[in-house]
Design a protein around this ligand. Structure first.
Ligand SMILES: [Zn+2]
Length: 118
């Protein structure tokens, strides 16, 4: 893992709120049922529709607190909305995400999920 991600996860672990998110049994079962590539495919769709636009609808409330493993991962990693992306990941609001940023968000989510299901 690169050093930036390592530093990020150290910061996330220090947050009581962020580190409180865990996959519940249903979400874990769903994860194992579908497998990581399919789950990350859903994640890419979620990011493209809910996070990538310059001004996503309902920003700050667009990510449910459960049901899909990616939603849980987003809250745990502060990739849930553009406000959190700006605060935690230094990705500015009010402009569309570029493809490198979308890949970065997915890397963060993937890392959290792998760690969680281990
Ligand atoms: Zn947020």
């Amino acid at each position: 893992m690169n050093q930036d991600l390592e530093a990020l996860f150290v910061r996330l672990q220090k947050s009581k709120f962020r580190s409180s998110f865990k996959l519940k049994k249903k979400e874990l079962n769903y994860f194992h049922d579908k497998g990581l590539p399919v789950i990350l495919g859903h994640g890419r769709d979620f990011i493209n529709s809910r996070l990538a636009p310059a001004n996503p609808p309902n920003d700050g409330k667009q990510t449910p607190f459960g049901k899909h493993p990616v939603f849980v991962a987003q809250h745990a990693t502060a990739t849930c909305c553009r406000g959190c992306l700006q605060k935690w990941h230094k990705i500015p609001k009010n402009r569309e995400l570029i493809s490198e940023e979308i890949d970065y968000v997915l890397d963060v989510i993937e890392y959290w999920l792998k760690n969680e299901v281990d």
